[in-house]
Write a protein that binds this ligand. Structure first.
Ligand code: AMP
Length: 208
């Protein structure tokens, strides 16, 4: 199997990975997948759904092997259904890999062409953003302040080191503070050249 050509949307909880990914995923030639969303779509009474609930309700990460297996199976399903076309689409992953172990386990599946790091230095602003979103979207993990803080702690301890796992020339920083449109503008400046370099134009079929 060819590895999927991938860009990682990276950043702390509340940095806007999901917002940016969802917008980009509407553009032909990009396929966005949020690991957290896949988990949230599970039936809470299923075996995997209850494992997810057990960890996410405490702000903790689901164990690595289970997570990567679930992600790989989901990608396979998206491919079989032709929702994701690995030869045409640049894969935008959000929320995975979440630690170095996951990055290693995913090597066999993904070829990382770039990492867009959405940077927000104002932790308290992010925490406010998460609480607002939790109320709107009915998210158990971000409704309680202690769970949010636990998510940040885990981000700093386990997820941030993923940035050292990939070659530094693949990583670009984008300021996550600003309107979704202005952040999008900067993200596009990074991902469009990657798409142009690796894929045919999804409309004309030609390289630019
Ligand atoms: P997110 O929406 O990305 O913040 O994810 C919500 C929750 O899903 C996290 O707090 C974790 O419990 C779980 N989760 C999402 N992605 C991962 C991952 N890559 N590894 C482990 N747990 C994850």
């Amino acid at each position: 199997m060819d590895r999927f050509q991938t860009v990682l949307l990276f950043g702390a909880p509340g940095a806007g990975k999901g917002t940016q990914g969802a917008i980009l995923g509407r553009i032909p030639g990009f396929f966005h997948l949020s690991c957290g969303e896949v988990f949230r779509s599970l039936d809470i009474h299923s075996e995997l759904g209850s494992v997810f609930y057990e960890y996410s309700s405490k702000g903790e990460l689901v164990p690595d092997e289970i997570t990567v297996k679930m992600w790989a199976e989901n990608m396979k399903a998206q491919t079989v259904l032709s929702l994701f076309k690995s030869h045409d689409d640049l894969l935008l992953l959000d929320g995975i890999p979440r630690n170095v172990k996951q990055a290693q386990l995913m090597e066999e599946y993904i070829d990382v062409l770039g990492v867009v790091h959405l940077v927000c230095k104002d932790k308290e602003a992010m925490i406010k953003r998460l609480r607002r979103r939790a109320l709107k979207e009915n998210r158990i993990d971000d409704a309680q302040e202690d769970v949010i803080r636990r998510r940040w702690e885990i981000y700093e301890r386990e997820t941030a080191p993923v940035l050292d796992y990939y070659p530094s020339d693949l990583i670009v920083e984008v300021d996550a503070v600003g309107s979704p449109a202005s952040v999008l503008q900067h993200v596009l400046e990074e991902v469009v050249p990657i798409q142009d370099a690796h894929f045919n134009n999804p409309i004309s079929g030609e390289h630019d």
